[in-house]
Design a protein around this ligand. Structure first.
Ligand SMILES: CC(C)(COP(=O)(O)OP(=O)(O)OC[C@H]1O[C@@H](n2cnc3c(N)ncnc32)[C@H](O)[C@@H]1OP(=O)(O)O)[C@@H](O)C(=O)NCCC(=O)NCCSC(=O)C[C@H](O)C(=O)O
Ligand SMILES: [Mg+2]
Length: 291
């Protein structure tokens, strides 16, 4: 699969303490899983969840789904032990919560560097503190970074803002993270939609996230997966337009022109790059779903 095109449409949190949900995820058509040891796990359950997750990761069975482990922050009483427990399973990626600055990522990167098992492990950062949003540019460029995840619940708490359908109070934070991720060439995945039985509300928020440029949405329940997969995939119309734009541009080029006209609109090289990226994404989704 073309790594730049790897889909992150649906990224499902699974509480590391819930064996039934850990099993269920093996059957769900999600692009990625976040095995959570942080906020989905109560303090009394942390130690058991850590052991269960270490064993679950070692057993595998999650197929082509990308796997991220959200540990507790390294300055909590659980963070270091979480990392110790999951390291042996060679985790694809660690998701670090409540990242305030690039030094938080560097501290984790140093620990990953020190172990042979985590030589390839990437880092994702939860963007959910005001400090973190203000430092998004340097966080996104820190070592081993693969993506940002918006933590809109913690962010709303810190901002002291309300939840609105248009998400106006946190729009600047969402866009700051997107700018930082795109400038660094990494992924950016939107926050969760808490009302997991409200399919229409979820669809609206996914559409908004996609229009902003998000790669996908973090999810909390299996019922949310199909909506996110549909909203963040290229539509048939987009695939068709991309093919026609490429064909029109190549035809224009063959005639010595640098610009084509399609459906009354200009097509330049930059539009062709977007069209090729759309086709690569559609192909990557097809490959993932056929595995
Ligand atoms: C919200 C839930 C507590 C609801 O759980 P439950 O009552 O068990 O739901 P259902 O009975 O409808 O479940 C049906 C089956 O689906 C499985 N299930 C449920 N949730 C998940 C899941 N997340 N992943 C995989 N499988 C799941 C159930 O086990 C049932 O299976 P079966 O019986 O075999 O058919 C629950 O959904 C839940 O705990 N969700 C996750 C909550 C969570 O992770 N929260 C933390 C992340 S959000 C966050 O922290 C974001 C960020 O940091 C921020 O600040 O915003
Ligand atoms: Mg959070």
């Amino acid at each position: 699969m073309d790594h730049a095109a790897r889909p992150w449409r649906s990224v499902l949190y699974i509480p590391g303490s819930n064996p039934r949900a850990l099993e269920k995820a093996k059957t769900l058509p999600v692009d990625a899983i976040i095995f959570d040891l942080e906020d989905a796990v109560a303090p009394d359950e942390k130690a058991n969840a850590r052991d269960l997750l270490a064993q679950t990761l070692a057993e595998g069975g999650y197929g082509p789904r990308a796997q991220l482990v959200r540990i507790n922050a390294l300055d909590t009483e659980w963070g270091e032990a979480d990392l110790d427990a999951v390291a042996a399973a060679r985790p694809q990626a660690i998701l670090l919560p409540k990242v305030d600055r690039d030094a938080d990522v560097e501290a984790l990167a140093d620990r990953l560097e020190a172990r042979a098992e985590t030589a390839q492990t990437r880092i994702w950062a939860m963007m959910e503190t005001c400090e973190g949003i203000l430092n998004a540019v340097t966080i996104a460029r820190a070592p081993r970074m693969q993506g940002l995840v918006l933590g809109t619940n913690d962010l709303a708490k810190e901002l002291r803002c309300g939840f609105r359908a248009d998400r106006l109070p946190m729009m600047m934070a969402l866009q700051t993270c997107l700018l930082a991720a795109r400038a660094a060439g990494i992924a950016c995945v939107d926050g969760v939609y808490n009302a997991f039985k409200d399919e229409d509300g979820l669809r609206d928020e996914c559409r908004q996230g996609r229009a902003l440029g998000m790669d996908g949405k973090t999810l909390i329940h299996p019922a949310q997966v199909d909506v996110a997969n549909a909203c963040f995939a290229p539509t048939e119309a987009e695939v068709d337009l991309s093919r026609r734009q490429i064909a029109a541009f190549e035809e224009a080029q063959a005639k010595g022109r640098g610009v084509a006209v399609l459906d009354g609109k200009i097509v330049e090289n930059l539009h062709v790059e977007t069209a090729r990226a759309t086709l690569a994404k559609a192909q990557a989704i097809w490959e993932l779903e056929s595995t």
